[in-house]
Design a protein around this ligand. Structure first.
Ligand SMILES: *[C@@H]1O[C@H](CO)[C@@H](O)[C@H](O)[C@H]1NC(C)=O
Ligand SMILES: *[C@@H]1O[C@H](CO)[C@@H](O)[C@H](O)[C@H]1NC(C)=O
Length: 363
């Protein structure tokens, strides 16, 4: 009896969905803590943001798993493309029925391009698994709206992927003489990362993604955590800056290379290094009192350990560029997303999000 009811309910739902056309474009998110909206809440891992003061400025004033005091980058992109809501974490039990059509967030804090990145966090959704979940998602949506309509939804969707920072911070530079740093000189490691990242992005293309924003890493050496651990006088860590300086331009070249192979502007490089650099080099111009000290943390620059209830907490989060030792505040995220939406080609190569939206609305 219960089974019959659920079959009937599914049929009614499916009919409703087919008749209410898929309006706003779907949005899919892959990557690490900069874009995780709560998947790690459902996993046995230490890489999590599900306790206060995380979320202190989020509309619900609760910790959701976002590594921010308020909105994160995917939230602000969702808002700027006019989506009704941010895509839910893929592991959320609430991601069902019509809500699947909004998209899904597969990101998991701690992951990198490489499988051995973030091993200390144990149970995280590595990028290969994120892509497998994307396939599973497509099967679930096909059961709702059919294969053809699902394909269309995927092809017309916007995709955001953020990877790479952890391959340096939580792998190559995690400990002195790490396995990867003994295996590779930095320039060779970067080339290896780029070639592995290319395979991931080609797979994403094969799975139907046609508009993919790929962020580079920020200035890794300038985050409060690195200032606390590696800097003597508040200057950015030379090695990590070198790593970001090698990685980001090669990432852009690789993306433009795939575009010319597939003959379309599928991948867009977001120069988050430059965006961060803007407010790091002149915080006052952006309304920040500092870009060196995290709002939430302890030790020098509030850069040591985790952001918890016991940490120092700044009273006004809007005047800090960094919320915790690694992650930008909502205010800084707003500037990052503003550049994604309207930045010049120096920030968004080959085009910004408003150009993408304008182009796609014509077809
Ligand atoms: C990472 O792990 C996945 C799944 O086990 C595997 O398919 C993939 O080849 C691995 N990647 C690398 C670079 O070893
Ligand atoms: C987006 O990029 C285009 C092309 O580079 C540029 O002309 C435009 O000013 C940018 N901003 C907006 C809002 O379109």
């Amino acid at each position: 009896m219960a089974a019959l009811y659920s079959i009937l309910l599914a049929l009614i739902l499916a009919t409703l969905l087919v008749t209410t056309r898929v309006e706003a474009r779907a949005f899919f998110v892959f990557g690490d803590s900069l874009v995780d909206s709560g998947n790690n809440n459902y996993l046995a891992t230490t890489a999590r943001a599900d306790a206060p003061p995380y979320g202190i400025d989020y509309p619900s004033r609760t910790a959701t798993g976002r590594f921010s005091n308020g909105y994160n980058i995917p939230d602000l992109i969702s808002q700027s493309i006019g989506a009704s809501e941010s895509p839910l974490p893929y592991l959320s039990p609430e991601l069902n029925g019509p809500r699947l059509l909004v998209g899904a967030n597969f990101a998991s804090a701690g992951v990198g391009i490489l499988n051995d990145t973030g091993i200390q966090f144990v149970n995280i959704i590595r990028i290969g698994q994120q892509l497998q979940y994307f396939q599973q998602y497509q099967q679930r949506v096909s059961a709702l709206i059919g294969v053809e309509e699902t394909q269309r939804l995927i092809n017309q969707a916007l995709v955001l992927i953020t990877l790479g920072g952890n391959d340096f911070v939580n792998n190559y530079y995690l400990v002195p003489f790490s396995a990867r740093s003994r295996q590779f000189a930095l320039p060779d490691y970067v080339r290896y990362l780029i070639s592995e990242y290319q395979k991931i992005l080609v797979r994403l293309y094969e799975l139907g993604a046609r508009r993919v924003i790929v962020t580079g890493t920020g200035p890794l050496g300038c985050v409060p955590a690195e200032l606390a651990m590696r800097s003597r006088n508040g200057e950015c860590s030379v090695e990590l800056q070198q790593a970001a300086g090698l990685f980001n331009p090669q990432l852009t070249d690789m993306l433009l290379g795939i575009n010319s192979q597939v003959g379309a502007d599928v991948f867009v490089a977001a120069n988050t290094q430059l965006t961060h650099y803007d407010f790091i080099s002149n915080p006052q111009a952006f309304g920040f009192v500092t870009s060196k000290v995290a709002c939430c943390g302890q030790g020098p620059y509030n850069g040591l350990g985790l952001c918890t209830r016991l940490s120092n907490l700044c009273p006004n989060r809007d005047i800090y560029a960094f919320w915790d030792p690694f992650h930008p505040s909502e205010r800084a995220n707003r500037y990052i997303v503003q550049q994604i939406v309207t930045g010049t080609t120096e920030y968004m190569n080959p085009m910004n999000l408003s150009t993408i939206l304008a182009l796609d609305s014509r077809t």
